[in-house]
Ligand binder design. Structure first.
Ligand code: DC
Length: 212
């Protein structure tokens, strides 16, 4: 089974994807890490994130073994990822890795922006996870506070809005729900309720497929 979970920054899709993967015994891929790794690779070598050829070269040379690097989780890598992910060369270079990951038995839960639309249009289940920008900023601030990091709520909200704008309006693989995706708005749901709602979506889809 392939489960595609797409949605905007800080929507909670990563947590949901991880929990669904554990529940069904599937592999999990956070595809945002691929773009974060490309941006990190370019920046660490003093390269220009605004040069598509430099970023494309980094994407072609990407070593999946580096995806566990904690530096990729930071705000800087996320912002850089949002820039390099708009380049068609970068996206093309990362396509095969994601499709092979999905095709490896027993299947996978992959979260990102274009999993249901471009990477795995054949996914059995597609969920588009969303929440208001204010609620996403509140959750991100809470996460940073828990880690003991300084928090500027207004800057976080600006950051989220800028990322949304860039991710939704780029010409290649923009963030949008696939036509056959189920939208899950988690604005008023806590993590547990969101997980239960996602499970219900997967079960309903699996049931439909069994009956078809
Ligand atoms: O999910 P994330 O915050 O780690 O993603 C970082 C950036 O990477 C995001 O702003 C857009 C890009 N991205 C993408 O274009 N396609 C994906 N499948 C995943 C992430």
């Amino acid at each position: 089974m392939i489960v595609a979970i797409d949605g905007p920054a800080a929507s909670g899709k990563g947590t949901l994807a991880r929990r669904l993967a554990a529940h069904y015994g599937l592999a999990h891929l956070d595809s945002g890490l691929l773009y974060r790794a490309v941006a990190h690779h370019v920046s660490a070598r003093g390269g220009d994130l605004h040069d598509p050829s430099v970023a494309t070269e980094a994407a072609r040379a990407l070593d999946a073994a580096t995806l566990g690097d904690p530096a990729l989780r930071g705000r800087h890598a996320g912002e850089g990822a949002s820039i390099v992910s708009a380049y068609s060369g970068v996206r093309a270079a990362l396509l095969d890795f994601q499709r092979q990951f999905a095709a490896t038995p027993p299947g996978a839960v992959i979260d990102g922006r274009d999993i249901g639309t471009v990477i795995c249009p054949q996914a059995e289940v597609k969920i588009f996870v969303t929440a208001s920008a204010e609620e996403r900023a509140r959750r991100r601030a809470l996460e940073l506070t828990t880690r003991g990091e300084p928090v500027d709520q207004a800057a976080i909200l600006d950051d989220i809005r800028r990322r949304d704008e860039r991710d939704m309006n780029r010409s290649v693989a923009p963030l949008k729900a696939a036509e056959d995706a189920v939208t899950l708005d988690t604005t008023n749901l806590d993590a547990e309720a969101a997980f239960r709602a996602a499970l219900a979506i997967v079960e309903a889809r699996a049931g439909e497929r069994r009956r078809a």
